[in-house]
Design a protein around this ligand. Structure first.
Ligand code: PLP
Length: 368
């Protein structure tokens, strides 16, 4: 006989998922209604308006794609890219690489602008690449969760638009943890995920497309190759006016996102960003006292994801295992060139608290 699966209570201080507020879990346990129930549709409208408030945009086409953050990535590329289009991708970690892979699968001719992992994509690198290429789209990862670096968007946005291209931003880890200003920064396409700084379980990918991006999509000469992610079809389901069945929205996940967004707005964006900054500073100071530093580029370190340099001679996997088994704390390993060199300590959303910083510092002190 197979027993019920009852997970332990962990403290999630890794690269995501983050801890979820009790009221979000409670929202998920509420009764199902039909996905075209008038009350569910009203709730979908509230999700769209709260997403606009959290993304600081007026974009009409703002809604959660049914799928994780990677589905949001795929949604942006399949709708904006046609075979043969040129795309420029900034690569400074795992997620830039993934974007280049997705773009190539859409038939794009991809130019890679690479930085060392842990460093940002510099506006000058994009400007230089635009001298020899003429892309339809430039794609950047805002907060590189694999390395802990935050690439500033504003200057890059200006350079991209001066070259007549669209700007696509991966905001999976940034949204809800640090400023993301879609309209001010003139981001044309953006996707995020629910399980990082929005502190909701994984399963939805908030996206937003500017009117400019929608114009490019309307002018496509080939149909969108993905039926599931075609924004023209999704617009009849998530858009204004009569709702037409496309797929069945994951009802309980949408309850969860509704509550998670409500909590973000109740706290206030500025307060939430300030909390992430303060807890990052607290962690950084505590690590420094132990002689530990943060590996990503000085001045561009993420508040919500800290790539902590592992001291020489430490069995990094054993420390992570002890954190998990003896302290109930999950932290992440390094990836790619940073494997074995850093631990990734996430302080995302609900997990970003003074108590959690003090707990992980105390546990590390004991284990090292
Ligand atoms: C987590 C993450 C993704 C992928 O999201 P999934 O929910 O794992 O599919 C994409 N980009 C960044 C920056 C991420 O941190």
């Amino acid at each position: 006989k197979i027993e019920k699966f009852v997970p332990p209570v962990r403290t999630l201080l890794g690269p995501g998922p983050s801890d979820v507020a009790p009221s979000v879990l409670e929202a998920m346990s509420r009764p199902l209604v039909g996905h075209l129930d008038p009350l569910f549709i009203l709730m979908m409208d509230e999700i769209k308006s709260m997403l606009r408030a959290v993304m600081l945009t007026e974009n009409e086409m703002t809604f959660p794609v049914s799928g994780t953050g990677s589905a949001g990535m795929e949604f942006c590329f399949v709708n904006l890219i046609e075979p043969g289009d040129e795309v420029l991708v900034g690569i400074n970690g795992v997620f830039g690489r993934r974007m280049a892979d997705v773009a190539e699968r859409c038939g794009a001719k991809v130019t890679r602008v690479e930085s060392e992992w842990g460093r940002i994509i510099e506006p000058a690198q994009i400007a230089a690449a635009l001298e020899t290429t003429n892309p339809k789209l430039v794609a950047i990862v805002h907060a590189e969760t694999s390395t802990g670096a935050l690439t500033p968007v504003e200057d890059i946005s200006k350079i991209v638009h001066d070259a007549g291209a669209l700007l696509l931003l991966d905001a999976v880890t940034s949204l809800g943890g640090c400023p993301v200003r879609v309209d001010d920064w003139q981001v044309d396409a953006i996707y995020s995920g629910t399980q990082k700084c929005l502190s909701c379980p994984p399963g939805l990918a908030p996206v937003s497309l500017s009117d400019r991006a929608m114009g490019v999509i309307r002018a496509r000469s080939h149909g969108v190759q993905s039926w599931y992610l075609d924004v023209n079809l999704l617009a009849n389901y998530w858009g204004e006016g009569a709702r037409v069945y496309h797929h069945t929205a994951p009802i309980s996940m949408n309850y969860a996102l509704h509550e998670a967004l409500r909590l973000v707005l109740e706290e206030g964006l500025e307060n939430r960003w300030a909390r992430h900054e303060a807890n990052h500073n607290l962690l950084r100071a505590g690590l420094a006292e132990m002689g530990l530093g943060i590996a990503s580029q000085e001045g561009h370190q993420l508040w919500q994801l800290n790539a902590v340099s592992i001291p020489e001679g430490t069995d990094e996997a054993a420390v992570r295992a002890a954190l998990l088994n003896d302290h109930g704390i999950e932290v992440g390993p390094g990836l790619g060139p940073l494997a074995g060199k850093v631990w990734r300590i996430g302080l995302m959303g609900h997990s970003s608290s003074k108590e959690n910083v003090n707990r992980v510092l105390a546990a590390l002190k004991e284990l090292l």
